[in-house]
Structure formats: structure tokens, C-alpha cells
Write a protein that binds this ligand. Structure first.
Ligand code: FDP
Length: 337
């Protein structure tokens, strides 16, 4: 009973105090995101009741329209952030173009990127899902935000984080001073610091990949996954396989327990030759977190955070997790692909 109880608000404020020039704008933006996360968490926890209270996307017993959860989460992020004067624009995984701040509201110094409900195909089966966010500084010179503010490489991110709606709801964020995890206490509605300064093991024991796609993998990936299954005491092989199919949940598990998540390029499908996951909404923010925790993120050839996006919804292969594991998969790709 001696551990300090630190709310996310206090933690963010204490980080801000380290920068005497900070205006508090960025701190408040993180508060807004945490509040949106609490509201989305409340809705996610009711998802199993949808059939009783009215199927999502249809009418409930009161004849009211019940919004689909991903639409709800998307709207919540927009409504929470469009009027605060902290943002110049937003980009959502759910929208084809950037979301401008309405003219009646002031324009701020930051650009917010978010994937409101990642892994949403898991909602109906009560499996963990997540939200991912990333914050960039405005770099465009016009009076409002522009596409340019979003097409910045991952190393320019001011902050990034995710929320995992699991057996409890957790928010993990970094503003470049370590990755910190908070668990939501739903009874008081506060995110409490539960995982300060997360460090991921240098080598993991777990690998996460959709093995149903084996047939489509390159030679390098096939050999690497086979290598992970081959017993070897020195490197702790064989690794155990864990694949939830919900990026935030798979990533979070490996971050804490050690391991590698992979979504390689799918060579057989001409619609997604560069992999399934998206650079801005998924790969870059998680790359910032994993690096702060001592891990790595790569597209198989280079660090994710060095890649300059060419478009908002650009997709790419992703290898992310414990440092030695990501180094190893890169070696296999270099040698065999
Ligand atoms: P989903 O299609 O359920 O939205 O990026 C989306 C994502 O989930 C990730 O969360 C997840 O890791 C991946 O796709 C799962 O893809 P596969 O079903 O192809 O394995």
C-alpha cells in the first residue's frame, strides 16, 4: 500500500514542468485524448449488450439509432478536439482526406492523427481492440492545417500513444521521455500510472503473425518463422505463437512480455503489395512507443520512423517489438529476399 497514486493528468503536468517554455497547449491536448479514451472505453464495455439494447447500426428498443462503435469512436475524437484551438487539422483512418478545423474555431499548433478503433472486426466476439494516436507539430505556413503537416516522418512526432480496451483499459503514451502506461479505474474515471517507463525485453519469447498467410510470404519470412520454431537453447527457441488479430492488443502483449509482431508484405495480392498496415495511423505511432521502450520497428529494410509518408493512407510491411528479434528478421530479409 506504499505505491504512489499518480493520475495521467498529474504525470503529463510533471513532464511539462521540465520544459519551462511549454505553454500547456500540448499538455491539454493529451488530456483531451485521455478523456475521449474514457468515453470510448465506456461504450466498448457495453458492446456485448448491443443485441439486447439494439444492434449497432440499427435502432434500439427506444427507436433511437445506435451508432456503430468505430463510427462513435471516430466522432468522439473529432468532437473532443475540433474546437479547442490546439489543433490545425486532424487525420483519421476512417476518413479519406484530412479533417479541417471548422473556420469558426481557432487554429492551433498541432496536427492529430488517429485510428479510432483498430481491430474493430473483433468487437462482435469480445476480443480486445484499441485506439492509436500520433501528434505532429504544424509545419505548413498557411493559416490552417494542410496535408504537409501529416506527411512528416515518424521521428518528427511530438507524442504518440494507444489505448487498449482489454480486461482493463490501458493508455500508453510517449512524448519522447519514456513510454508510460496507465490503467483506467472505471469506478473513479481516472487513468492511474501502472507501468512507468516501460522497457521491453531485448529478445522475446513470442511471435505474432497471421500464419494463414504463409503461402503468400516471401522466402525470407518463411525461413525466419521456421527458424523461430526450431529449438535452440541459447536464443530461447522455439518461440510461442500468439496472434490475436488486433494490432494494439498483439503489440501491447509483446511490448510487456517481449516478442515480435509481424505483418509482412503480401506478394500474392495485387491490392496490398506493400502490406496491410498503415504507416501514419498504426506503424509510426507504435514505432515511437517501442523505441522509447528499447525495442525497434522496421519495414524489413529500414526503421519505420525514418520513412517519409507519401500519402495519408500509405501501407507498408511491419516488424515491431524486441530489438534483437527485429534485427534478426531484417537479416533474413536481406539474405533471402
Ligand atoms: P482489423 O482488420 O480487424 O481492423 O489494421 C487492421 C487490423 O485489424 C489490425 O488491428 C490487425 O493486426 C490486422 O488488421 C489483422 O489482419 P489479418 O486479419 O489479416 O490478420
Amino acid at each position: 500500500m506504499t505505491a504512489q497514486i499518480i493520475t495521467i493528468e498529474r504525470h503529463i503536468l510533471e513532464q511539462q514542468r521540465r520544459f519551462p517554455a511549454a505553454t500547456g497547449e500540448f499538455t491539454n491536448l493529451l488530456y483531451d485524448i485521455a478523456l475521449a479514451a474514457k468515453i470510448i472505453s465506456r461504450e466498448v464495455s457495453k458492446a456485448g449488450l448491443a443485441e439486447i439494447l439494439g444492434l449497432t447500426g440499427e435502432e434500439n428498443v427506444q427507436g433511437e439509432q445506435v451508432m456503430k462503435l468505430d463510427v462513435f469512436a471516430n466522432e468522439m475524437f473529432i468532437r473532443m478536439n475540433d474546437h479547442t484551438g490546439r489543433l490545425c487539422a486532424m487525420a483519421s483512418e476512417e476518413s479519406a482526406d484530412i479533417i479541417p478545423i471548422p473556420d469558426r474555431f481557432p487554429c492551433g499548433r498541432y496536427a492529430l492523427v488517429f485510428d479510432p478503433l483498430d481491430g474493430s472486426s473483433n468487437v462482435d466476439v469480445n476480443v480486445s481492440i484499441g485506439t492509436i494516436f500520433s501528434i505532429h507539430r504544424k509545419v505548413s505556413t498557411g493559416p490552417r492545417g494542410a496535408l504537409e503537416d501529416f506527411l512528416q516522418p515518424g521521428y518528427e512526432q511530438a507524442a504518440a500513444g494507444y489505448i487498449v480496451y482489454g480486461s482493463s483499459t490501458m493508455l500508453v503514451y510517449t512524448a519522447g521521455q519514456g513510454a508510460h502506461g496507465f490503467t483506467l479505474d472505471p469506478s473513479v474515471g481516472e487513468f492511474l500510472l501502472s507501468h512507468p517507463n516501460i522497457q521491453t525485453p531485448p529478445r522475446g519469447r513470442y511471435y505474432s503473425i497471421n500464419e494463414g498467410n504463409t503461402h503468400y510470404w516471401s522466402e525470407g519470412i518463411r525461413r525466419y518463422v521456421d527458424y523461430l520454431k526450431t529449438p535452440d537453447e541459447a536464443t530461447g527457441r522455439p518461440y510461442s505463437g500468439r496472434y490475436i488479430g488486433s494490432l494494439v492488443a498483439d503489440f501491447h502483449r509483446n511490448l510487456l512480455a517481449g516478442g515480435i509482431f509481424m505483418y509482412p508484405a503480401d506478394r500474392q495480392d495485387p491490392n496490398k503489395p506493400y502490406g496491410k498496415l498503415r504507416l501514419l495511423y498504426e506503424a509510426a505511432p507504435l514505432a515511437f512507443i517501442v523505441e522509447q521502450a528499447g525495442g525497434r520497428a522496421s519495414d524489413g529494410r529500414q526503421d519505420i520512423r525514418r520513412i517519409r509518408p507519401e500519402s495519408l493512407h500509405q501501407r507498408l510491411p511491419l516488424f515491431i517489438g524486441s530489438r534483437e528479434d527485429v534485427n534478426e528478421v531484417e537479416q533474413f530479409i536481406r539474405e533471402f529476399d
